[in-house]
Design a protein around this ligand. Structure first.
Ligand code: TRP
Length: 327
């Protein structure tokens, strides 16, 4: 079975965009791939984040992933910092990557723009990400469209490393879902749903109560022409609702559109479908939260499984670059 790996930042509450755009695919890949998923707490250190908060978010994100259907018997789920080889491999790759290529990363440019002081970790963030990937010989990396450039860089670094040191690293490929999997903000349908403080009404959290979901969907921005039809360009708000109802009920947006005449009915059914979609996830989440010891044990087992692979790859890379093996 081919290897996949992906990572998610411990940003706290996961939302529908994370779930439909990424995590559902991760769950599906478990059956057909040797799948590794990590909560990237080291990457989170590039932000200003309160230490106690980081710990809680890391734990919560892991619980959310388990609740969403990641099954420790069918995948390897772990916390990045529990596997020490991530930072070790990152150093080997930092000695392969160049300032020029890191400076071109748009995410770095966006996050550092106008700042008087920029941390080195923010600059080398994509190198750590490349390390996450190559440590597991991952062939496929399921990520959102916003990670395309980071994946391209990871490929470049792996290719350069191999060119210099021999065939040591597997060169990864991004697996980016089609446009249909893009969930847009309910208040600003021209932008992707994200955990943004500026638009709490626009973001449906995976753990939102049913009445919160209903309220957010009812208030979703649409348009005034009153015609139910799937048109992403001129009716982005309505198109988003149609897509949400379509993916929740295994239909196409056009099929959904043809069975509605009024926005209100569409909204009511979309809210209902999302509540049903999330119900089992929320129930599992409550069970997991009730037994934190069990969840911690699952993560410990994940880290152990991940370490077995990471140790071998790192040793291979360290040998190739000429580090003297410890004995
Ligand atoms: N940078 C990714 C994001 O923000 C998270 C990430 C870290 C990742 N390491 C990874 C994704 C390795 C895929 C593979 O979404």
């Amino acid at each position: 079975m081919s290897r996949v790996l992906s990572g998610i930042q411990p940003s706290g509450d996961l939302h529908l965009g994370n779930y439909l755009g990424a995590i559902r695919n991760w769950v599906e890949d478990q059956g057909s791939h040797d799948a590794f998923y990590c909560v990237v707490d080291l990457h989170a250190l590039t932000l200003d984040i309160d230490p106690a908060e980081l710990r809680i978010r890391t734990q919560d994100t892991a619980l959310d992933l388990l609740a969403a259907g990641l099954d420790p018997d069918r995948c390897t789920l772990f916390v990045q910092s529990h596997v020490v080889q991530h930072t070790q491999m990152a150093w080997l790759l930092e000695c392969t990557a160049t300032m020029g290529e890191l400076r071109r990363m748009t995410q770095f440019k966006d996050k550092s723009e106008g700042k008087e002081s920029v941390r080195v970790g923010l600059f080398t963030y994509p190198v750590l990400q490349a390390a996450d990937i190559v440590l597991y010989d991952a062939e496929r990396v399921p990520v959102g469209d916003d990670q395309r450039q980071h994946l391209e860089l990871a490929r470049e670094i792996a290719i350069r490393f191999n060119h210099r040191f021999g065939d040591v690293l597997v060169v990864p490929e991004a697996a980016i879902p089609k446009a249909g999997a893009r969930v847009m903000d309910l208040q600003h349908p021209e932008r992707k749903m994200s955990k943004s403080v500026s638009s709490p009404l626009g973001t449906v959290l995976m753990m939102d109560e049913p009445d919160q979901i209903t309220r957010k969907v009812k208030k979703a921005v649409t348009d005034t022409d009153g015609e139910v039809r799937f048109d992403r360009e001129s009716k982005p708000g309505l198109a988003n609702l149609l897509e949400l109802l379509a993916v929740s009920t295994d239909r196409t947006p056009d099929q959904v559109a043809s069975s509605y005449e009024r926005y209100g009915d569409l909204k009511a059914d979309t809210a209902e479908a999302l509540i049903e979609l999330l119900r089992p996830v929320q129930a599992r989440r409550a069970e997991l939260a009730a037994d934190p010891g069990a969840a911690a044990a699952l993560l410990a087992r994940g880290a152990e499984k991940a370490s077995e692979v990471a140790e071998v790859t790192y040793a291979r890379a360290a040998e190739a670059v000429g580090l003297l093996a410890p004995r």
